[in-house]
Design a protein around this ligand. Sequence first.
Ligand SMILES: Cc1cc2nc3c(=O)[nH]c(=O)nc-3n(C[C@H](O)[C@H](O)[C@H](O)COP(=O)(O)OP(=O)(O)OC[C@H]3O[C@@H](n4cnc5c(N)ncnc54)[C@H](O)[C@@H]3O)c2cc1C
Ligand code: SF4
Length: 548
Amino acid sequence: MAEAGTRETLSTDILVVGAGPSGLAAAIRLKQRHPELAVTVVEKAAEIGGHILSGAVMDPVGLDALIPDWRLKGAPVGPAVTRETYHFLTAKGDWALPHALMPPQMRTPNGIIVSLGVLVRWLGEQATELGVDIFPMIAAVDVLGGGTEPVRGIITGDLGRDHEGNPKPGFAEGIALEARYTLIAEGARGSLTKQLIADQGLEHQPQKYGLGIKEVWQVAPEHHQEGRVDHYLGFPLDNRTAGGGFVYHAQDRKLYLGLVTYLDYRDPSLSPFDEFQRFKTHKSVAALLAGATRVSYGARVVAAGGWQSVPTLAFPGGGLIGCAAGFMNAPRLKAIHNAILSGIGAADAVGDAVAAGRQHDLIEDLGSRVMATGIEAELKGVRNVKPLWSKLGTVAGALAGGLDLWSSAILGRSLLGTLGHGKRDYQGLRQKGEVRARTYPRPDGKLTFDRASSVYLANLAHDEDQPVHLRLADPAVPICVNLPRFGEPAPLYCPAGVYEVASEGGEPVFRINAANCVHCKTCDIKDPAQNITWVPPEGGSGPNYTGM
Ligand SMILES: Cc1cc2nc3c(=O)[nH]c(=O)nc-3n(C[C@H](O)[C@H](O)[C@H](O)COP(=O)(O)OP(=O)(O)OC[C@H]3O[C@@H](n4cnc5c(N)ncnc54)[C@H](O)[C@@H]3O)c2cc1C
Ligand code: SF4
């Protein structure tokens, strides 16, 4: 929370932080309804869509509501889903679950396979045509105002500081961007979102997260069935580790495959990256990848707490939208539509407030207008699945969750009331002496890979001579506390090889290779000592995903 001080200050009517589906939907809706307003979007990626990673099968209800003629306008989407199957995997077996058994809340009848990065770029063009000012390469690093004051905008990141924080030639100090209202659309575990939730007391129940790791492969024609969608429970994750895999057959013989590992896993020797490598070795997945080429790699967390974890959305001077607020329907792994719908609901509330001559105050109906877009009904209907899964394990949790969904579908309410999430994700981690340490096979370079060759496919750009953006509250904690207790899990949970425990003169040292960071945010969530804070590096740093 900061003040502008001597910084250059620019003003706009509505400021949106983050050019994902939620932020761009809000900007588009504002300009559709209030063309006279100045709407500004800042985005930390070098290009719109460059930091976007999703599965993705999109439920089109959000896009239908925002741009009803999106098909006529040529929105770049992939094929309609032709077949959707849920499977339970064991190391050697694959059981497809009969479609009739799937509760209605798990189905997406009009699902479309999309590359969300590509779709978001198109949404950016639509917004620009309407007169929205979009600034990529600009990271919002702090909130203007806050505390007992209303939020009045943001501070953007400095450009051109060296490793020690000293200005380099060409240094440009970040500016203050003032707005009548500020919408925070940073996606899951946003850095400003985290500050605001704490500062404004917005949290109800802890948010839960999963780390999604995804690859895009170009596959042989005989292994490709455009429009086919498969979801997997079970292997490679053990029964106590929640999560699941997906394989989507997109256009142009592209396969989108990934594994989401929920971050409330207990075993500190577990590596979500290596579990994803194991996923690809299952016969049902490996068969599809015969003769195929890996094209891209990336990782990003999903917010999975659902209805119980949705914070208060409005604060004086603005609101939270999209996965910053956690609108993911976790059992369905769908949130793009809710991100867009939340942008619409918030834009309508903010637009009405500005039209009434208001600014910087609390928009009381912002939260209810967002939730009334359909988000509340959807998330409430599946609210017990994630807690059941976490408490009972995959097999019993999936069965109990399925029964709960069916009873809700038939009776209109859950027989279980509302189950709580309990602990934060990092709190369940066992100490290393309490588990048998896992070992993972060496990658074969065909189906399975190491972190270095994977991260290469994320097209990273990061000037190493800048302050490290993974901030340790106490630099001694990784070696003095985490190493003896947990074996320091950072090198295992980070999917990009940023953290390393090396040896110098026979003594362990903790290294941070910040330039490898793909902005997934896992370390900010899973560090057992809560000693790591992810802050945005210089705008334009990080992955440059294409087609994710
Ligand atoms: C592996 C995986 C699979 C998924 N599969 C599906 C699926 O199949 N179907 C589905 O519907 N949903 C799926 N989702 C969820 C979906 O991708 C998200 O719900 C959606 O992207 C959320 O949109 P958003 O706008 O809230 O945030 P995001 O898409 O995360 O966009 C946020 C944007 O804000 C920018 N930003 C963040 N912080 C700052 C800052 N401080 N300053 C400037 N810019 C900032 C980011 O760079 C990013 O561009 C999946 C997610 C993952 C990770
Ligand atoms: S450093 Fe943190 S945010 Fe960056 S890739 Fe590793 S776990 Fe993700």
